[in-house]
Design a protein around this ligand. Structure first.
Ligand code: AMP
Length: 284
């Protein structure tokens, strides 16, 4: 089966109409392109759960701050399409910015209770951009299921909340984080890492594993957060934006470990910002 690339809402909706007519279920995987094995793991999950899979590639300008990397965000359409075809995807939606945001577009979808901490604290407006574009894409595709990665755990939580609050009839499925051999979470931004930086990056997940192990043995969580920040700086990270134990349910600060606790981190190596998070598994 060949890969069909659609660029307009009308073409996509015509295609989705034929799926609906055939009573075929649709699974949706929204992405910003520069695809890697993490994205493909989402595609595989969608293929398991639905008869048809739609992948979107759209670098959403409204989720980037004015000083952020929208202009230089990695874009590689040919490689993306080759990868998707090899994964058996048959339909890709690649809208232009004007197709998604016409001149008179003004609506903002916001999930304030979850959007102002962690990544939202340092990227004001980021999650409004995410929530708005995901609402639009879900309304356009009307999929039975949509898959999002736990790599962006805060985003996953916000989308779950938004879908519930707005009665969007799509089941949101969370996919485990796909990691490289040294534990680094696959990310489009890993392409920015040069030489030694890639080796330093591997210490991010290793540090989380170490801190989580200490947390389950009862070490004070604030002490561990301080230790973790110092460890990352010593390993070569140039800035630790946040490193925090929080609830994986509502993102409230965790002061003791329970079944919902996760450890979240954002740290920089020069101009590259990396994020990761892991669940704290309480030993039984
Ligand atoms: P992005 O293209 O970075 O916006 O990501 C598109 C989707 O892929 C989001 O749901 C991400 O959470 C997910 N994703 C990105 N990296 C990974 C990864 N390493 N493992 C699992 N999912 C991922």
């Amino acid at each position: 089966m060949t890969l069909e690339c659609l660029h307009t809402l009308s073409a996509l909706q015509a295609k989705l109409g034929t799926y609906r007519f055939l009573r075929q279920t649709v699974g949706f995987v929204p992405t910003m392109g520069a695809l890697h094995q993490g994205h493909l793991s989402l595609v595989r999950l969608a293929k398991d759960k639905a008869e048809r899979v739609v992948v979107s590639i759209f670098v959403n300008p409204t989720q980037f701050g004015p000083q952020e990397d929208f202009a230089k965000y990695p874009r590689n359409e040919d490689a993306d399409l080759t990868l998707l075809a090899s994964a058996g995807v048959t339909l890709v939606f690649l809208p232009s910015v004007d197709e998604i945001y016409p001149q008179d577009f003004t609506t903002v979808v916001s999930v304030p209770s979850l959007s102002n901490v962690l990544c939202g604290g340092s990227r004001p407006g980021h999650f409004n951009g995410v929530a708005t574009v995901v609402t639009k894409l879900l309304n356009i595709c009307q999929p039975q299921i949509a898959v999002f990665g736990e790599k962006d755990y805060q985003q996953l939580l916000i989308i779950r909340r938004m879908v519930q609050d707005l009665n969007i009839p799509t089941e949101i499925i969370g996919a485990p984080t796909y990691r490289e051999e040294d534990g680094l979470a696959a990310s489009s931004r890993n392409a920015y890492l040069k030489g030694k930086e890639r080796i330093i990056a591997g210490h991010l997940s290793k540090t989380l594993v170490h801190l989580i192990q200490q947390a389950t043995q009862g070490t004070n969580l604030v002490d561990l957060e301080n230790t973790g920040r110092a460890l990352l700086l010593r390993k070569g990270f140039t800035k630790v934006e946040y490193l925090e134990f929080r609830s994986g349910r509502d993102l409230n600060v965790a002061r003791a470990v329970d079944d919902d606790t996760r450890l979240f981190v954002a740290a920089w190596i020069e101009n590259t910002r990396l994020i990761d998070n892991m669940k704290v598994t309480v030993p039984v």
